[in-house]
Design a binder for this molecule. Structure first.
Ligand SMILES: [Cu+2]
Length: 529
């Protein structure tokens, strides 16, 4: 099977070698031109009329892109096949690098957290809050802006609507790029980072993921959120606009944010759909048909593919994902000392990243099959939000990842983390410290995101639990009295809860518990989100 894959892969590679136009990604609209693609250079004129990258104005310069040459892990065995290798070299090898606090693909803007004509003034940080604690006015403002982003065309970026081999149709000089809305770009970028290597019908190479199952999981999603937050700041005209978070570590089987007032309740007619009064009931998903893309060697082009599906806690075939993570899980993962451990993958033991991503116990102990914290929050949703390649379609994705990022931020603070804590080499492809994260452009590395969030212009209003070990130990005798009392009380509560649950379960419609998604990595769909 593998040798067949490789043979087909070689064919693809040969075709790739003879095609001068190797583009299949998201890039600034001004660089999605025949000339830019052929020259492999994306150094736009500042504001459309100035010098390239604002060089004459001292804002930036057009330079060769640095590529990480350190070895990566053994999970991805192909070489020169996937256009995301050595990102973004297949597409562009020169781009703008901005001076000081200037930022943006043409250096016309400021880096996150800075403002003013010369980007010398600190911008007040965007403060990310618990969505349950926001005033109704603030929450409505957030939800309205998010809803508008689903239909507003992205002002600066476009995506390729086909595989690179068909990107520039014969006898034309018009690259096959297409406009995409702000929110759909957010979905597309996530899909593109996890999609399989396209080798031919039925031959996709699935052991590749540039944003999950490795140390870049936290840095990549941090950048992903920052991009959306920045786009929504522009869209709303509010430079302090902040994405809120959902504290998903509340235990139990109720999704407290799943109401029509927040991210959508359940539709009484079909429990796998959102409530008809939710503003998200009309949203349609993109990038869903991964198997079809693989078989037809196509990329997601933003076509709408039906409604968001969600049935929180409803996967009866998998009781382990019917309840949310517990508050103690957050406290426990924050005690894991090392950021990541060899092999820097989903089987890493004693790894903070793997514990928070949710492939090990919150304590860091690796246990195959266990799904906790971030992974559990996704799988609990039992629908679109539980399928890695499509999960970002469900707006609750944003709230799950801001909370995950808040825990990451807390861990960095408590550990005084520096780049020395992040693996420089031997991580899965895309996950080394200095790898340019796929498919962000202009290039940005994992190192760039492994810094305190206030340097990136945002912070969290959050109070995460201290580690249990740090709390004052009560007197021994009180401990015994306390524990005994707790056991008696807990037993009574469990008996009561079980009685209520049994009663509720009997009266609920069976269809509420249908299984929407199942985890099957052989299909290239990992449901880890
Ligand atoms: Cu993800």
């Amino acid at each position: 099977m593998l040798s067949m894959n490789v043979n087909i892969a070689v064919c693809v590679f040969v075709i790739a070698m003879v095609s001068p136009l190797l583009v299949s990604a998201q890039f600034p609209r001004v660089c999605a031109t025949f000339e830019s693609i052929v020259s492999h250079e994306c150094c736009p004129l500042l504001g459309g009329t100035g010098s390239p990258c604002g060089e004459a104005e001292g804002r930036g310069s057009c330079v060769d892109i640095t590529i990480d040459d350190l070895p990566h892990g053994q999970q991805y065995v192909l070489v020169g096949i996937d256009d995301r290798e050595r990102w973004p070299e297949r597409f562009f090898n020169r781009s703008c690098v901005c001076n000081g606090n200037f930022g943006g693909f043409d250096c016309s803007g400021c880096k996150p957290g800075w403002q003013g004509d010369n980007c010398l003034t600190r911008r007040p940080p965007a403060i990310r809050q618990n969505i349950m604690n926001m005033t109704q006015e603030d929450r409505e403002f957030f939800l309205d802006v998010l809803d508008r982003s689903k239909t507003a065309v992205h002002p600066d970026y476009v995506v390729a609507q086909d595989h690179y081999r068909n990107l520039i149709p014969e006898n034309t000089t018009e690259p096959n790029f297409v406009n995409i809305t702000i929110y759909d770009l957010f979905v597309w970028v996530h899909y593109y980072s996890v999609r399989d290597t396209l080798l031919g019908p039925g031959q996709a190479y699935t052991a590749i993921d540039f944003s999950h199952e490795g140390p870049a999981f936290l840095t990549w999603h941090r950048m992903h959120l920052l991009g959306l937050e920045n786009d929504l700041q522009v869209l709303s005209g509010d430079p302090t606009f902040a994405l809120p978070y959902w504290d998903f570590a509340i235990g139990g089987s109720e999704c407290d944010v799943c109401t029509d007032e927040i991210v959508g309740g359940q539709n009484p007619e079909d429990q796998t759909l959102l409530g008809p009064n939710s503003r998200f009931a009309d949203w349609e998903v993109v990038c869903l048909s991964l198997d079809w893309f693989n078989d037809n060697i196509k990329l997601c082009n933003g076509t709408y593919e039906g409604p968001i599906r969600r049935n929180p806690g409803g996967n009866i075939d998998r009781p382990a994902v019917q309840s949310l993570p517990e508050p103690a899980d957050v406290a426990n993962c924050l005690q894991v000392e090392e950021y990541d451990t060899f092999p820097f993958f989903s089987d890493s033991d004693s790894s903070f990243r793997n514990a928070l991503e949710g492939y090990s116990e919150p304590s860091g102990e690796f246990d195959e099959g266990v799904r906790t914290l971030h992974n559990l929050a996704h799988l609990f949703l039992n629908g679109t939000g539980g399928m890695t390649h499509a999960s970002a379609n469900d707006p609750i994705f944003v709230l799950i990842h801001t909370f995950t990022d808040a825990i990451f931020e807390e861990w960095m603070k408590r550990s005084n983390a520096t780049a020395a804590d992040y693996p420089e080499e031997d991580a899965p492809i895309g996950h080394n410290l200095d790898f340019n994260m796929v498919p962000f452009f202009p290039p940005i590395t994992n190192r760039d995101m492994f810094i305190p969030s206030d340097q990136l212009g945002y912070s969290y209003a959050v109070d995460l639990p201290e580690s249990l070990a740090n709390e004052d130990a009560p007197l021994f005798i009180w401990a015994i009295v306390g524990v005994s009392g707790f056991v008696i009380l807990a037993t009574l509560v469990i008996v009561l809860v079980n009685t209520v649950k049994r009663h509720r379960q009997r009266v609920r419609d069976e269809s509420l518990y249908q299984n929407l998604v199942a985890e099957d990595s052989n299909k290239g769909i990992h449901y880890t989100a």
